[in-house]
Design a protein. Structure first.
Ligand code: G3H
Length: 530
C-alpha cells in the first residue's frame, strides 16, 4: 500500500505555504501577531514519506474571542442594528454578492480540501459546488418565505402581520469532515435571517477559509460575520461563559456540544442547533438484492473513509445470507483503490488525523481479542497515514467498535436470525439519525419501516445513508441532533416568529394603511420580492 509520492501533477502540488495572519473582527481584517500553529497535511510531497507543511494559523485566545463577540453584539445592537433591521431584499443582495465572490475561489478551496483533510478530488469539488448551490437555494427559499409573510391575517377581530425574525448572536462551529459545506450550512442561514455571528473553523480544514475572508469582509456590514482561529477551548468557551450567545450552532460531537452548553450561565436563553454523532446501521434482510446492497454498503461504510456522521457504522446481516455477503463484501472492500486525493478512481485516501490509524488499530485489537475475525485480506494493513478497512465479524456488544462511533475505516458486521435484535439494539442505542434497510418483500418491509421511522429520522430503502439532497430534513433523535437543518428548515431553526398585531378599528386600520404607504418600516411591509 505504498503511494508513489513523487508524481504529484503540477496543478495539485503545494508551491507556496499559506501563513494566515489575519482574522475578521468588526469588518476589519486584523493582523495577528501572536502565537501560531502549523497546519500539517498527512499527505507527503516527497518520495520518502514525510508530512507536508501547508502553512500556519493564528492561535487566538480569550481577548480576541471577546472582541469578536463584542463586534457581533454591536452589529446586532439589541435588535436595532443595521443588519437585523435591514430589508430582506438588501440582506439577500449582500448574500448574492458573497456567493459570487466565493465562486471565484473554487480552485484554491478544492485544492486545500484535498491537502488539509484528504478528501478526493471529485468529493472536494462536490463539497464546494454543493455549498454554492446551498447558498443559492437558501436565497430562493428566503424569498419564498418572505413572499408568504407579505400579508395580514385576521382572527377574532385581530389582524396580524407575522414574519420570522432573527434570534441574536450565533456562535457557529463546524466539523473537519465537511469544513466548508457543513459549516456554511449553519452560517449562511444564520446570517441571512438577520443574526450576527462569530465563526471558528474546525480543527482541520482551516486554511481553506483564508481565501474567503475577504469575500466575507466586503459583502456584509461590519460585525455581522466575525471569524476567529484557534482551539475551541480557548476561544469558544470564554464566549459562552458571557451568557451573551443566543444560539450555539455546532456540527461535531455531543461531548463538545455539552461542554459548551454547560458554560452558558442562562441555559434557558440558549437555542441549540446541533448535528452530532451517530451510529447508523444497515439492516440486510434475506431477500436483499446482494449486488445493489454491496455497492450501497461499500459507499455507506467507506466514503471519505467512514469520516461522515451519516456513514454506516454497523452492519446487520441476516444469518441466511451472512456467508455470501461477507465473502463478496470483503472482496469488494479489498478492490477499492487507495491513493492521494487527486489520483484517478481513488476511493480510500489518507486520514487527516495523525492518531487515527492507531485508534482504529486499538478498536481492531479489542475486537479480535473478544472473538471477532477480519474477513478481508487487506483489513488492518497500515501505511504511514492509513489503515485499510477491516471487515469484522462476529461483532458483539462488549467490543469497543460496537459502542464507539469509529468515524474511520473499520466495518463491524453482526448477523441476526430475528429482526427484533437490530431493532432492540437501535432502541437501546444513544443515537437515532438514520438507517439503511435492504430487502424486497413489502410485507416484511412495511412493519419495519413503520417502526424504524420512530427510531431514527430517515429510513433509507435499499440505499446508503446520507445527508443530501440538502432540501431534505437533516436531523436525528437522542444524542444525534437538536433542531433540523435543510434549505427550508435551517431558516426556521435560526429565527423566531414575531409579529405585529392590532385590533380591527378605524384608528389602527388607518395607521397601518399609512405605514404601508410610507414604506418606512422594513418589518411591516407587503412588498413582494420576485
Ligand atoms: O458528517 C455528516 C455529514 O452531514 C454527512 O453528509 O451524507 O452528505 O456525507 P453526507
Amino acid at each position: 500500500m505504498k503511494m508513489s509520492t513523487n508524481s504529484i501533477s503540477e496543478e495539485f502540488q503545494i508551491k507556496e505555504q499559506i501563513h494566515q495572519r489575519h482574522y475578521l473582527v468588526n469588518g476589519e481584517l486584523k493582523e495577528w501577531k501572536g502565537n501560531t500553529s502549523e497546519v500539517i497535511s498527512t499527505i507527503s510531497s516527497t518520495p520518502e514519506y514525510a508530512h507536508t507543511v501547508l502553512g500556519s494559523i493564528p492561535d487566538m485566545g480569550e481577548k480576541e474571542a471577546l472582541d469578536a463577540l463584542d463586534a457581533a453584539l454591536g452589529a446586532y445592537d439589541q435588535g436595532q442594528g443595521v443588519w437585523p433591521t435591514m430589508k430582506v431584499k438588501d440582506r439577500i443582495e449582500c448574500m448574492e454578492s458573497f456567493v459570487e465572490k466565493m465562486k471565484r475561489q473554487r480552485e484554491v478551496v478544492v485544492k486545500l480540501l484535498m491537502w488539509e483533510i484528504g478528501k478526493s478530488l471529485p468529493d472536494s469539488q462536490k463539497e464546494f459546488d454543493r455549498t454554492v448551490e446551498y447558498i443559492e437555494d437558501t436565497i430562493e427559499e428566503y424569498k419564498e418565505l418572505d413572499r408568504s409573510s407579505a400579508k395580514f391575517q385576521k382572527h377574532q377581530g385581530v389582524y396580524a402581520h407575522i414574519r420570522r425574525g432573527p434570534l441574536g448572536v450565533v456562535l457557529c462551529l463546524g466539523p473537519y469532515n465537511y469544513p466548508l459545506n457543513e459549516t456554511f450550512a449553519l452560517l449562511i442561514p444564520a446570517i441571512i435571517m438577520g443574526n450576527t455571528t462569530v465563526f471558528k473553523p474546525a480543527k482541520h480544514g482551516v486554511l481553506l477559509i483564508t481565501p474567503l475572508l475577504e469575500a466575507f469582509q466586503s459583502s456584509f456590514p461590519k460585525g455581522v460575520v466575525n471569524i476567529l482561529f484557534g482551539r475551541g477551548r480557548a476561544v469558544a468557551a470564554p464566549i459562552m461563559q458571557t451568557g451573551k450567545v443566543d444560539v450555539l450552532a455546532l456540527i461535531g460531537n455531543s461531548k463538545s456540544a455539552n461542554a459548551l452548553q454547560d458554560q452558558h450561565p442562562k441555559s434557558n436563553r440558549l437555542r441549540l442547533v446541533l448535528g452530532l454523532e451517530a451510529k447508523n446501521p444497515a439492516i440486510i434482510l434475506p431477500d436483499a438484492d446482494l449486488d445493489l446492497t454491496i455497492d450501497e454498503v461499500i459507499a455507506g461504510t467507506t466514503s471519505f473513509n467512514g469520516q461522515r456522521c451519516t456513514a454506516l457504522k454497523v452492519v446487520y446481516v441476516h444469518e441466511d445470507i451472512k456467508d455470501e455477503f461477507l465473502k463478496r463484501f470483503s472482496k469488494a472492500v479489498d478492490a477499492l483503490k487507495f491513493g492521494n486525493p487527486w489520483d484517478d478512481g481513488v476511493k480510500l485516501t489518507p486520514l487527516p488525523e495523525p492518531g487515527k490509524p492507531a485508534y482504529i488499530q486499538e478498536l481492531l485489537d479489542d475486537a479480535l481479542a473478544k472473538g471477532a475475525t477480519v474477513h478481508n485480506k487487506k483489513g488492518g494493513q497500515q501505511s504511514d497515514n492509513y489503515i485499510w478497512p477491516a471487515v469484522l465479524h462476529p461483532v458483539s456488544k462488549d467490543m469497543r467498535v460496537y459502542e464507539e462511533e469509529q468515524f474511520g475505516p473499520i466495518i463491524p458486521v453482526l448477523s441476526f436470525k430475528d429482526i427484533s435484535q437490530p431493532l432492540d439494539d437501535m432502541a437501546e442505542s444513544n443515537y437515532g439519525q438514520q438507517v439503511s434497510l435492504f430487502g424486497k418483500d413489502v410485507y416484511t418491509l412495511s412493519p419495519l419501516i413503520d417502526t424504524l421511522a420512530n427510531l431514527v429520522c430517515r429510513v433509507n430503502l435499499n440505499s446508503s445513508c446520507q445527508r443530501g439532497p440538502d432540501v431534505y430534513p437533516f436531523t436525528g433523535r437522542k444524542d444525534s441532533a437538536q433542531a433540523t437543518l435543510s434549505v427550508h428548515d435551517a431558516l426556521r431553526s435560526f429565527s423566531i416568529r414575531t409579529f405585529v398585531a392590532f385590533k380591527d378599528n378605524e384608528l389602527n386600520n388607518e395607521t397601518i394603511e399609512q405605514l404601508l404607504e410610507a414604506k418606512v418600516s422594513n418589518f411591516l411591509s407587503t412588498d413582494y420580492i420576485l
